[in-house]
Design a binder for this molecule. Sequence first.
Ligand SMILES: [Mg+2]
Length: 176
Amino acid sequence: MVESLYVAVRLVMLTDALQLITILVMSGVRKEIIKMTGKEYVELAMRTNDGNATGRIEKAIELLHRPDKPKCFKPVVEDLGGVLNGCLGLAGEAGETLDMIKKWIFHEKDLDREHLKKELGDVMWYMAMICYSFGFDLDEILQMNIDKLKARYPEGFDTERELIIERREIFNGGDR
Ligand SMILES: [Mg+2]
C-alpha cells in the first residue's frame, strides 16, 4: 500500500515536472518569436546583404566609362544616374497613382480625375527618362507592346487563353 502510494506520488511529480518543462520550453520559444526587436530583425535580415550596394554603383560607373566596357553595358547605357533616377521615380509615381485609386475605392473619396492625369503624366516623365537614359526609342517600345499584345490575344483579351498562357509561363519559368 505504502509502496503504491509512493509510486503514485512519484508519477504525479514526474508528470508535473514534464508539464513544467513543456511550459518553460514553449514560453521560451514564444518569447523568441514575440520578443524579437526591430534591431534584431534588421540584424537577421541583413545577414543576406553583403553591404556592397554603393560599391556596385561605383563599379558600374567605372566600367561604364571604360573604353573596353563589358558586355552588360553594351550596346549603351547613356546615363546610369538617369536609369536609377528613372526607376526610383517611376516606382514613386506609380505609388502615388495607386494611392489615389486606393483612396477612391477603399476610403470612398472622390476621384480627382485631373490629379490622376497629372500623376499619369509623372509616370510618363520617368518612363521617358528611362528610355532616354538607355537610348531607347519610345515609338519602338510602344509598337513592341502592341505587337506583343496582338500575338498574345489575336481576338482580344480572353480569360481562358490567359490562363493557358500563365500556366505555360509558370512551367517555363518565364516572365511577361
Ligand atoms: Mg506625382
